[in-house]
Design a protein around this ligand. Sequence first.
Ligand code: FAD
Length: 430
Amino acid sequence: MQTVTIVGAGPAGLVAAKVLLTDGFDVTIFEKHASLSGIWSFEGAYYNLHTHQPGGTIEVSDLYDEYASWEHAHAYLCKYADKFDRTSHIRLRSQVLSIFKSNLHNAAESWSITVEQTAETLSSIETFHFDFVVIVSGLFSSYHMPSVRGQEKFSGSIVHANNSKSHEQLVDQKKISIGFAASNLYDDGVFKPQYALNDELVSFPVQPIFTELKRQNRIRGHVSAIEEIIDSNTVRLNTRKIFSPIDLIICSTDHYLRFPFLSDADAPTMGLPHETSNDFDLYRRLIPVSEPRIAFLGYVSSNGTWMIDEVASHCVSNYFKGVQLLPSREEMQKEILTIRDFVLSRFGTTAPHIRYFCLELIEIYLHYMDLPLRRTNNWWSENFGVYRPNRLKTLHGEMQARDRGVSFPNQFYFSFFHVLQFCFRFYSEL
Ligand SMILES: Cc1cc2nc3c(=O)[nH]c(=O)nc-3n(C[C@H](O)[C@H](O)[C@H](O)COP(=O)(O)OP(=O)(O)OC[C@H]3O[C@@H](n4cnc5c(N)ncnc54)[C@H](O)[C@@H]3O)c2cc1C
């Protein structure tokens, strides 16, 4: 049986594990945290983090909760991992330190994965060998901390939003937040985006409580930046406005993407972001052009991230099984450049975390696997219904049918339109 290691047990790592196990691979997941589910775990989430989307659109198959709390998402993902006997496949507290091959282009050579495993007080370093690697370490694994002039004079705390873990840490504190994204944190305080919120690129969905607190003037917004910390508790903005006393500065100051377990030479060779470039030049945002037996999953930001990851996992599995062959190196590079130019012209960046339209990528992946883009047999649901993950439930069956050369029936949806049709027929026969 061929062996695969997955680096990271966030939602994308879990769905990749499930797909690869179902396809017959021997899978081991290494996760550096003490619990699974990535952002949606105690280590990954900030205090009171909720999903930013309506329920039914962030799920693998059946999570439905309007603005689910991280605890809810965590419980759901644990339940999901139980579908594939998580304890025998996931190694928690296991940080991958390096992923290495002496010749990246050699498909016959196995990958050496060095992992630091920590127990209560002990830690050990061990090297494992695998046929394939899937890297799913998360788009938001590393974050920026700004350096503010005069910060050494400040007697309060300056923390990244990710490190705001409890109500006690936040309550009764006069807070300033740089940036806007961590909207669940503001039970009271001031937030300071540097750009106007009506800017297309920084508009952001917020929890209803945020809007209410803003209406009550308990949260005040300023389009400005912190210029200087003047003394132990006084902050001045570049609009000359002064805030005092301030106890806590929360930095919602974005994340960046790096792969610290790949060497300084290997990351650029594979087309990955590194010190001097944010480009992410993978074929279909999954596969390096000339390094076989390795894939990257989950490096797309969209409202349908989990669904995209599920379909992408099938692509990766197809690629590892050799069912789907890649086009020539030139064709892959041409496509990468075309997409990069488009993204640059449209979004002004080549960084991977621009917002993709979720259906576009899902359809690209389905097309790559020769699977139908139409997912239902009901015109109304197909064209007007929300694209829910249950449209993807039959992917394994469809692929088996595809490989045998037989057709697979579309799922039947009994929608409101069907009810109308049924009633119409029933009454016309009376
Ligand atoms: C604040 C915030 C809010 C969000 N809200 C939403 C939302 O509402 N809806 C939505 O769809 N998405 C949302 N997202 C996007 C979120 O990234 C995805 O929902 C999802 O968590 C991505 O899954 P992932 O597995 O790719 O990455 P992650 O969840 O980040 O998981 C990556 C895992 O890899 C592990 N890891 C990293 N490096 C190593 C290593 N060297 N060795 C071992 N393990 C490693 C990490 O510990 C982590 O567990 C949000 C993200 C953030 C940061």
